[in-house]
Structure formats: C-alpha cells, structure tokens
Ligand binder design. Structure first.
Ligand code: 5RP
Length: 266
C-alpha cells in the first residue's frame, strides 16, 4: 500500500485505537432536507471537534463547511436517485479529480446487493476503486439495504464480503444478531451505520455491541444529529469507540453532560 493511501486511511481510522467516529451527514443526497440537517453547517459546527471524520456530499461540503476546518472528509460520490425513485439506480456523481481538489481523505459509494441493479452498483464500486487506487484514496463501500432486504448476518455478511473482495478499504454496514460472523468474514474494517433514530440509550447499546463484536467504529448520523443532545451523544459514542466505555457508563456519561448544560434553577 502506498504512502498516500496509508496516510489517508490513518486520517479516517485513528492509528491510536484502530477505530473511528465518522459523523454521517450525507442523507440529503437522496432524502432532501432530512430532519436535523435543514442547515447542515449549523448542525455539524458543534460536533466537528468530536468527529474523526465527516461524511457528506460535495455540495454541502462546498456550501456549508469552512475550508479551514480541521476534519478529514469522506466524500459521498454516489447518487442520482431520490427516495421517490429506485434507490439502487445510483451512479457516480463526483470525479476523482474534483474529490482530490477538495482534499478528501476517502470516497464513499453505495452498493445494492440483491437488488435488480446489483451488478451495476458492484461494477461502479470496482471502477471507483480502480480509479481511487491510482491516487491513493481509500474507498468506503456502503452496503445499502433495500426495503425488502433482511438485515441479518447472512445478507450483510454477503454484501460486506463482496465489497471487500472488490477491493473496498472500509465497509459500512448495519449491526445485526451474530454480528461477529459479519466481522470474521470480512477482511477489511467495518463501521456501522446507526440507522433510524432510536432512544439514546439504545443507540449507545448498539454502538457498544458493535464495537465489542469487532466493529472498527461507527459511521453514525441520525442518532447523533436528531438527538435533543447531539454533542452529548457524539461524545458518549466517542467514549465507547475509543475508550472501550461500556453502554451503561456511556449512558451515565451522556446524562452527566446533559445535566451539566442545564441552566441553574433561580
Ligand atoms: C445514507 C448513509 C448514511 O450516511 C448512513 O446511513 C449513516 O447514517 P445513519 O446513522 O443516520 O444511518 O450512507 O445512505
């Protein structure tokens, strides 16, 4: 692996712990103005200092993030569909040249294993990896899950393994029962998405269970930015990811931060 690739990878997965807290705010690329991301710049501003990496689209990066900010970027480079259409019908939306111009540390693309467009999305991943290899840019493969797909270890393990076989450097998937099997069968680091907003305590348990079973971190969005206490949430997730904090301790930590911030009673 060349120096540039290793250097970029080390900006995504922290060498000190071998893990990452990736803050995902790319949802608008198919969902439009998602709750919590109406003004992405304002949403992410207080969170950036606790994120190892920020995952977003070119448009939001250019329009909403100050270029002097010190956070490595994982740029979503797939899209072209919306929640109203066939999500699997994505294409590559950003050239490698433009991604490099934005000084990204990695690029991300979704694959839709089991969909009618499986082949197209897998070959798009392979093409992206071929190009990214030329420039030393890591590729994050996002194992997207269609409405009809079961999120179990068999299916997610299949999608993760295929992404890794094609050469993805990191794979994002969902936590599931028997998650350790998904990890064992995938030779590259796996990060988990948080999925739909759930109560904070459950999201912390999800993060803890994933890390305990071998995940290399989280690529989490809604369970952070849709929380009433996003800073407390990302800080607590960070403790789990980098400091092996248990879910119970992280929940206490979350409440401690929330209560610290409450204005004193008159
Ligand atoms: C959308 C994505 C999101 O970045 C991913 O799902 C993580 O966000 P969340 O934790 O909200 O699920 O890739 O396709």
């Amino acid at each position: 692996m060349d120096w540039g690739m290793k250097n970029r990878l080390s900006k995504i997965i922290r060498p000190e712990t071998g893990r990452t807290v990736m803050l995902a705010v790319d949802h608008g690329y198919f969902l439009g103005p998602t709750t919590g991301l109406e003004e992405p710049g304002k949403t992410v501003a207080p969170l950036l200092q606790y994120a190892d990496t920020l995952m977003l689209t070119r448009g939001v990066l250019r329009a909403c993030i100050d270029p002097s900010v010190n956070v490595p970027i994982v740029l979503r480079v797939s899209g072209g569909t919306s929640i109203l259409g066939n999500l699997a019908d994505e294409g590559t939306t950003v050239s490698m040249r433009d991604a490099l111009r934005m000084n990204v540390s990695g690029v991300a693309l979704s694959i839709f294993v089991g969909s009618d467009l499986e082949r197209k999305t897998l070959l798009a991943l392979a093409d992206l990896i071929n190009e990214a290899q030329e420039y030393g840019v890591p590729v994050l493969a996002v194992t997207a899950v269609g409405k009809d797909m079961v999120r179990d270890a068999r299916y997610l393990g299949l999608a993760c393994r295929i992404a890794a076989e094609l050469g993805a450097h990191i794979v994002k998937t969902y936590y599931c029962d028997d998650f350790e099997k998904v990890i064992k069968n995938c030779p590259v680091p796996i990060v988990i998405a948080g999925g739909k907003k759930i109560p904070e305590r459950e999201a912390l348990e999800l993060s803890y269970n994933a890390i305990k079973r071998g995940a290399s971190g989280v690529d989490m969005g809604r369970n952070i930015f849709q929380s009433d206490h996003p800073v407390a949430m990302i800080r607590s997730v960070r403790e789990i990811v980098h400091n092996n904090m248990t879910a119970d301790k992280a929940w206490d930590f979350f409440n401690m931060i929330v209560n610290e911030k409450k204005p004193a009673m008159a």
